[in-house]
Design a protein around this ligand. Structure first.
Ligand code: SAM
Length: 182
């Protein structure tokens, strides 16, 4: 399962977007998120609550912003791969045809070694160089939450129908409306 790395978090301005990133990462099959920025206990608490109620395992960790580069370098030293989501990258529709994309998709081990980087307000230029692949979800500006969701949906097999173990809450899907949890 992949790891998500969010570079940049300002406690007041980014709280919703960063917690949405974590929730999207979890729901679509990432194993955890690391966030470089101001530590935010409220986000850790609310995401941990979702995990304990809705199941599965998912880690959320904050590191100081300045440590982003050490984190990325350490990842690379352990032979990890990096995909950086950016509107400047190669369009996902092209990358999907690349044999390297398929080889990651089809290997749990390679997925384990993959880190997906999303930025915040300003992305340090070095990120583009550390990345093995810079990938765009459309070449238009939009949102880290939107790009992460679409990328995970394309990368992780069955990402829209994952089963979360040990859940206290589970939805009984219904086309007619809201039904009780099972
Ligand atoms: N101008 C900023 C930059 O330096 O890239 C964009 C900031 S944007 C609000 C925050 C993040 O959303 C980006 O770092 C990127 O990860 C993601 N993002 C936005 N548009 C994207 C796109 N079209 N494709 C992939 N990722 C995108």
């Amino acid at each position: 399962m992949v790891t998500v790395f969010r570079i940049g978090h300002r406690k007041n301005r980014d709280k919703r977007i960063t917690s949405h990133l974590a929730l999207v990462a979890r729901a679509l099959g990432a194993k955890g998120i690391t966030i470089a920025g101001e530590t935010d206990e409220n986000i850790i608490r609310s995401v941990s609550k979702v995990v304990s109620e809705w199941g599965g395992s998912f880690s959320i960790v904050f590191i100081p912003y300045d440590e982003w580069i050490d984190f990325v370098e350490e990842w690379k030293q352990k032979h990890g791969l990096i995909i950086h989501l950016t509107m400047y990258g190669e369009n996902i529709t092209k990358f999907q045809l690349d044999q390297r994309f398929n080889s990651i998709q089809n290997s749990d081990e390679r997925l384990d070694h993959l880190m997906i980087i999303v930025g915040g307000k300003k992305v340090p230029a070095k990120v583009f160089h550390y990345a093995d692949w810079n990938i765009a979800i459309t070449n238009q500006p939009h949102s880290e939450v939107g790009s992460l969701a679409i990328f995970l949906e394309k990368l992780i097999p069955n990402s829209l129908e994952l089963n979360f173990l040990n859940s206290k809450k589970k939805i009984k899907p219904s086309i007619e409306g809201k039904k009780n949890y099972t």
